[in-house]
Ligand binder design. Structure first.
Ligand code: SF4
Ligand code: SF4
Length: 301
């Protein structure tokens, strides 16, 4: 029987997750709860209903099909998630897309069929497929089979992972991966636990293992204002990255646009401000980081 995985969505034509033009497959489920995550709809390992009040035209159709879970007060519709069976009836009847079901079980063949649609673009641009999430490696068997099939068809493969998974899950995909984007959030274990829910011991040992395997690796560091974006933080990252043998790092500016997604999935949002790091700040942080670790190439965007 063909393996299935719970997929949040598949994005075609991406330029940000590896070389060339890429198809990015977003898996659901993650063992971390980074307070700044901009994909909170992928936290869950079950499908979930997304509710975007701004798209609601107050037609009342969802109330008619499921009166116990939808409450209208004035011109505001509230979705009561407790007791929702995820039957999807309200999302099917909603005419505006204000209610949608996030998460679909797909077979390897179904995902491959989507990937193959952009074969021409991969060939022209040097692109390929990137598995992301959520944490794609929580569904490691599916990932390994999908990546192996992509390799057999000559499609470049990458994964984006936070590496908070058992080591065998990482090892099972490495033979079929051309490039790994490994997220590193904070150098200090206790602060890592404070901001992500888990300490970073497993993540760092997996990172060292991946680098030692010889696969091409870019470490990605999302910079969160006043959490991990000081010059002193760069010194701590430099020391950590030297220890694990990293040679390529990408600093990512804070993404402050995720609030609407938190509303849509009913998870409280923590704001780290309405701005992001300036070009000048990014250049200074990149320089400090590269000065602190020999042989480290640092990019930022
Ligand atoms: S998914 Fe089904 S049970 Fe859940 S709110 Fe919609 S109609 Fe009701
Ligand atoms: S069906 Fe959609 S548009 Fe109509 S009231 Fe419900 S959420 Fe709003």
């Amino acid at each position: 029987m063909s393996l299935t995985a719970l997929i949040s969505h598949i994005s075609r034509g991406s330029f940000h997750d590896g070389a060339g033009i890429r198809t990015v497959v977003y898996f659901m489920g993650c063992g971390l709860r980074c307070r700044w995550c901009h994909n909170p709809e992928t936290f869950s390992q079950k499908p979930l209903i997304m509710h975007l009040p701004a798209k609601c035209m107050h037609c009342g159709s969802c109330v008619e099909v499921c009166p116990d879970r939808h409450v209208v007060e004035g011109d505001r519709l509230t979705l009561l998630r407790e007791g929702c069976t995820l039957c999807g009836s309200c999302t099917e009847i909603c005419p505006t897309g204000a209610l949608t079901l996030c998460g679909e079980f797909m077979t390897v063949e179904q995902v491959l069929a989507m990937i193959r649609k952009d074969r021409h673009y991969y060939d022209e641009s040097g692109g390929g497929v990137t598995l992301s999430g959520g944490e794609c490696l929580l569904q490691d068997k599916f990932c390994a089979e999908l990546l192996e099939q992509c390799k057999e068809e000559g499609i470049h493969t990458a994964i984006e992972t936070a590496l908070f998974v058992p080591p065998p899950s990482v090892e099972s995909v490495l033979p079929f991966v051309d490039h790994v984007f490994a997220d590193v959030k904070l150098p200090d274990g206790e602060r890592h636990r404070q901001w992500t829910g888990q300490d970073n011991t497993l993540i760092l040992s997996n990172l060292a293992r991946v680098i030692a395997s010889g696969v091409s690796v870019t470490v990605r560091i999302p910079l969160i204002p006043s959490v991990n974006d000081s010059l002193e933080d760069m010194d701590a990252f430099a020391s950590l990255l030297s220890r694990v043998g990293a040679s390529d790092v990408e600093l990512l500016r804070y993404n402050y646009m995720a609030e609407g997604k938190y509303d849509a999935v009913g998870i409280p949002y923590v704001s780290f401000g309405k701005g992001t790091q300036s070009d000048r700040t990014m250049a200074a942080l990149a320089q400090r980081l590269s000065e602190g670790a020999e042989g480290l190439t640092v990019h930022y965007r």
